[in-house]
Design a binder for this molecule. Structure first.
Ligand code: NAG
Ligand code: NAG
Ligand code: NAG
Ligand code: NAG
Length: 377
């Protein structure tokens, strides 16, 4: 065959393969000034039995870290899987999406080219993220990465038996089915999650753990300066944890009913609601409000749904996907990029105020730039 013939054949093969292989769904690079390193790790709490395991095993959790890297320490960005393969297949079915959808989703992260690119971990304030009941931590990846790109180390947690599937590095999985039966006991789920979050803080104050999570790190995090945010029952976890954990300096609850808020806190609390979720519709918010004795604010986003506070709107928009009709209302009516921008802008403002002593800025009151956001205080 002539050289031209070869070229034509290659072109045809290329076109065919691009038709057969589903295109990657690529999460845009985050907007902040830093690139982000991503790593995941299993952490085993040898001092605590898993309250849901039937075999008496110790509590084992999975975490992801999104860590800021100076752009000059990261000349090249790589595409990495949004979630591991078994989880991706499971979530396709759970969300009623075509096989291969979650597997095709990619994040753009940085593999530092030299060890010095990993800064002294004490430099970046620490932020813990806890996802909603049944949701994997990955559904907050774009939000976590976006926040990390503004200079925070963001660590997200999967809470086994509660997260619908947790996949460990050795390939074993824990399904969340049994806790759904336990959903009549959300206080137990919150208490377990609070213990998970506190255990993560303990681990991040251990230099040998931090070295595995951040190759090249020469010390541990300053866990005395941390904040927590979460979605749904993860938000309840963040706020409940303030009562027990002095290392957490503030908490954000994104659209979660609150549980076990039995004592007062002087530390800042931000409640973010979906369009029809506020203190007059949620007695748990009403009951807890008086116990927030420090700075407190309640906001909602007009036309948002419960999953506006997750990556779901962005993923659906990027993939040109839609959910089955019964799930559709949960994602709200706000376009994906816009949802991500609003949520991360308000979360970052809170973190800046709590962890960097910055001005409250956008948290002071309604903004022309974000007319969707309504203030209740
Ligand atoms: C999706 O993949 C799973 C496992 O890989 C398979 O069992 C199932 O039949 C597939 N479903 C569809 C609709 O292709
Ligand atoms: C959940 O409860 C139902 C009904 O009580 C039971 O049939 C099912 O086996 C339980 N599932 C798990 C995973 O425990
Ligand atoms: C908080 O109060 C609730 C309801 O009164 C109770 O069930 C729960 O055990 C309490 N939690 C803590 C941690 O004290
Ligand atoms: C709270 O939400 C409900 C339901 O959408 C709405 O009717 C009500 O006006 C809201 N409360 C306030 C104080 O705006």
């Amino acid at each position: 065959m002539s050289a031209l013939g070869h070229w034509r054949l290659n072109l045809v093969l290329l076109l065919l393969s691009s038709l057969l292989v589903p295109a990657d769904i690529i999460i845009p690079k985050p907007a902040g000034q830093y690139k982000t390193y991503l790593n995941t790790m299993e952490l085993v709490d040898t001092s605590r039995k898993d309250p849901y395991a039937t075999d008496g095993s110790n509590r084992a959790i999975m975490v992801s870290i999104f860590y800021p890297i100076d752009p000059q320490g990261c000349p090249k960005t790589s595409l990495v899987d949004y979630m591991p393969p078994k989880t991706a297949a499971f979530e396709d079915t759970d969300f009623g999406l075509p096989n291969g959808t979650f597997e095709s989703m990619k994040l753009q992260t940085c593999t530092p080219d030299h060890r010095n690119a990993i800064h002294d971990p004490r430099y970046y304030p620490l932020v813990i993220f806890s996802p909603g009941l049944g949701s994997p931590r990955f559904l907050g990846n774009a939000i976590a990465q976006s926040i990390a790109s503004t200079g925070y180390a963001v660590v997200s947690i999967d809470h086994p038996y509660d997260t619908n599937i947790v996949e460990f590095p050795d390939g074993r999985v824990i399904f969340g089915a049994s806790i759904r039966n336990d959903s009549s006991n959300p206080e137990k789920a919150v208490a377990t999650r609070v213990a998970d979050a506190r255990f993560v803080l303990d681990q991040l104050s251990d230099a040998s753990v931090v070295r595995q999570l951040l190759p090249g790190a020469r010390c541990a995090f300053n866990t005395e300066k941390a904040a927590a945010f979460g979605h749904s029952i993860g938000g309840a976890t963040a706020v409940a944890a303030l009562q027990f954990e002095r290392r957490l300096l503030g908490a954000i609850d994104m659209d979660g009913a609150l549980y076990s808020i039995n004592s007062t806190t002087q530390r800042p609390v931000l409640l973010l609601g979906r369009g029809d979720h506020n203190r007059s519709t949620d007695t748990t918010w009403q009951d807890a409000w008086g116990r927030f004795e420090g700075w407190r604010e309640e906001l909602d986003i007009a036309n948002s749904g419960h999953f506006t506070y997750s990556d779901a709107p962005l993923l659906l928009e990027l993939g040109g996907l839609s959910l089955p009709p019964d799930l559709e209302p949960n994602v709200g009516k706000i376009e994906g990029h816009r949802a991500l921008e609003i949520v991360t802008t308000y979360v970052e403002a809170f973190l800046g105020f709590v962890l960097r002593r910055e001005e409250k800025k956008i948290l002071e009151g309604p903004s022309d730039k974000y007319p969707e956001v309504r203030f209740y205080e």
